[in-house]
Design a binder for this molecule. Structure first.
Ligand code: UDP
Ligand code: MG
Length: 344
């Protein structure tokens, strides 16, 4: 039986977990007898009851792993951790808040069975997003694809099915500044698209403020384009050309009309403009230099807390093999109903 892995980043999602479990159970029922469902929950340093809920109510019929990060590393690192721990023949990152509908996975699997190596889930409409978020996302895709050599498909998030070969390729990309949408498309492979309508968040609130989104956009641009760095050369050249023309004009006026005392306001405007342009260009260089600095430290992408010991749902003689697998928290099949317990 092939395994379908769902990678689910969890950051303070206690309110959304019960509904999520309901859908996971439903999905696992619909997948048998052809496939087995594996859910890899990555706790990204939640400070609410998320982890407790995960351990206490792991859904029936689903093989679960819980990877606990030692602190909040951000969604991109959490996804990386999940992809590293997923064992499936196909792996699907999916949000915990049901905005990515779990049952769409069935449609994605159909496309995968027909030979696609990547099945992208595209948001046909983003009516549940605010006007500002929709517009800024539109602009982001446009600017990113204009400046970057690596295009990313518009309105496609992290929700996508990836064949094992794609996941293996992803694991070779270990850059520290991670923009997963860019990395996903960088590895390539044959892809098809299925459309879906993005639902409202099932419970809780978004973890991505405007500032966080802005930083993610910067990460995307600086990770896949050097155009912002090179742009300043051309702007500098243009500025120098304009300055030369103005200088020639001044010299001509001086020679033919005698000395002229120009107003200082125009001078101030020029000074402030070019001063600011220099600050901006320094800032752009700083963005890249900072990323280079972080990259050079070669720190791990995330830190995982040691897995908790879980009582095996199997009788003693059968549990001998699963006991060696410290990461598998529950084994498949789930009969009889396993009990899980927090023990540290
Ligand atoms: N998330 C995470 N770490 C973070 C922020 C978010 O693991 O630092 C998870 C979050 O729990 C959810 C997913 O990433 O499962 C998407 O987050 P959210 O729904 O807040 O984003 P939005 O849909 O509003 O863009
Ligand atoms: Mg969401």
């Amino acid at each position: 039986m092939k395994i379908i892995s769902l990678v689910i980043p969890i950051f303070n999602e206690a309110a959304a977990i019960p509904a999520l479990f309901k859908y996971l159970k439903e999905l696992s029922l619909q997948l048998v007898p052809k496939y087995r469902l594996e859910a890899v929950f990555v706790d990204d340093g939640s400070s609410d009851r998320s982890v407790e809920l995960l351990y206490r109510y792991l859904p029936d019929g689903v093989c679960c792993r819980v990877v606990e990060l030692s602190r909040n590393f951000g969604k991109e690192a959490a996804l990386t951790a999940g992809l590293d721990h997923a064992t499936g023949d196909a792996v699907i990152p999916i949000d915990a808040d049901l905005q990515d509908p779990p049952l769409l996975v069935l449609k994605m699997i159909q496309a995968w069975e027909k030979g696609a190596e990547v099945v992208l889930a595209k948001r046909a409409r983003r009516s549940t997003d605010s006007y500002l978020k929709r517009e800024s996302a539109n602009w982001f895709y446009k600017v990113h694809n204009l400046l970057s050599s690596q295009k990313i498909p518009e309105n496609v998030g992290d929700f996508r099915l990836m064949d094992r070969v794609v996941v293996d390729a992803l694991q070779s990309v270990r850059e520290r500044n991670r923009f997963m949408k860019g990395i996903f498309s960088w590895v390539g492979f044959r892809s098809v698209t299925v459309d879906y309508e993005r639902a409202e968040r099932s419970a809780g609130t978004t973890k991505f403020s405007g500032w966080k989104l802005w930083n993610l956009a910067l990460e995307g641009l600086t990770s896949f384009s050097t155009v912002p760095l090179r742009l300043w050369t051309y702007l500098g050249l243009l500025g120098a050309l304009a300055a030369l023309i103005v200088a020639a004009d001044i010299v001509i006026k001086f020679v033919f009309h005698g000395a002229d005392v120009p107003g200082y306001s125009s001078l101030m405007v020029a000074i402030v403009f070019f001063g600011s342009a220099q600050f901006i260009s320094l800032g752009v260089i700083g963005e890249y230099l900072g990323r280079l600095y972080i990259e050079s430290k070669q720190r791990p992408l995330y830190v995982v807390r040691p897995p908790r010991q879980q009582p095996s749902p199997y009788p003693a003689e059968e549990s001998a093999t699963s006991a060696t697998d410290t990461e598998a928290l529950t084994a498949f099949p789930p009969e009889p109903r396993f009990t899980t317990r927090r023990s540290t």
